[in-house]
Design a protein around this ligand. Structure first.
Ligand code: IPE
Ligand code: IPE
Ligand code: MG
Length: 228
């Protein structure tokens, strides 16, 4: 039977804390396990012919967490980018980031820039990491840039349409076909609001550290069922 593989899959990687708490471990241990799960999944999705993978790594609201947890996450990002490097290069996937630099340390920004620079010519897929990201922020940011371009005569108000608007977002990405949020929460938490206009939603119960290849296959099966 013919079935269309989702072109753009987005994942809200939720439940690291609960995964750890259930095992009497520190929340940070859950984040470490979550990073390991992401490494495996980010290799697997491209084998399944998905072209774009977007992941929610850190929201603009996540700064409200304990300093210890935030610091741990920032160090983990730097380490994970390095760990993922070989895999990303081997697969020929281009890494991009969505979000704002404000509040991020120079070390994190440098790690992000290195990753982007080294993979910029890769053509086999796109790995979009949403870090210090908020969906409403992205839309407002685009609106401000459009407004400036209208004032400066670069574009006319009548030129504003969905295609043009998309170009003003953090990245000009195709629409999301499948959105996955792990851990049983039925919430969007300000993730890629513009891009998920027509996405299918899938909410597996597993916490993100347990989200593996088999779980991803179940998500694809769900999409397959949605198409019939
Ligand atoms: C998601 O897991 C990871 C980040 C937000 C960085 P959580 O840390 O939100 O885990 P829960 O929701 O507390 O279980
Ligand atoms: C969303 O999860 C952000 C990330 C996965 C990075 P949260 O756990 O922070 O979301 P809320 O606070 O439960 O809505
Ligand atoms: Mg959470």
């Amino acid at each position: 039977m013919k079935y269309k593989v989702p072109n753009h899959v987005a994942i809200i990687m939720d439940g690291n804390g609960r995964w750890a708490q259930k095992r009497n471990l520190k929340r940070t241990k859950g984040h470490q396990k979550g990073a390991e799960a992401l490494k495996k999944i980010s290799e697997y999705v491209y084998d399944k012919k998905v072209k774009v993978l977007s992941v929610f790594a850190f929201s603009t609201e996540n700064w409200k967490r304990d300093k210890e947890e935030v610091d741990y996450l920032m160090d983990l990002f730097i380490k994970s980018f390095k760990d993922n490097f070989d895999a990303v290069k081997k697969k020929g996937v281009k890494v991009i980031f969505s979000g704002v630099k404000e509040k991020l340390s120079n070390k994190v920004i440098k790690a992000m820039e290195d990753m982007t620079e080294e993979t910029k010519d890769n053509k086999n897929g796109i790995f979009n990491i949403c870090l210090n990201y908020g969906g409403q922020d992205e839309i407002l940011n685009a609106t401000k840039k459009i407004s400036k371009d209208v004032s400066n005569g670069v574009i006319n108000t009548d030129d504003i349409n969905p295609e043009l608007f998309n170009k003003y977002l953090f990245n000009d990405l195709p629409p999301i076909d499948l959105l996955i949020r792990t851990s049983g929460e039925y919430r969007i938490s300000n993730f890629m609001l513009w891009q998920m206009a027509y996405a299918e939603f899938y909410f597996p119960k597993v916490h993100f550290p347990d989200f593996n290849e088999e779980e991803f296959d179940k998500a694809l099966l769900y999409i397959f069922i949605c198409q019939y």
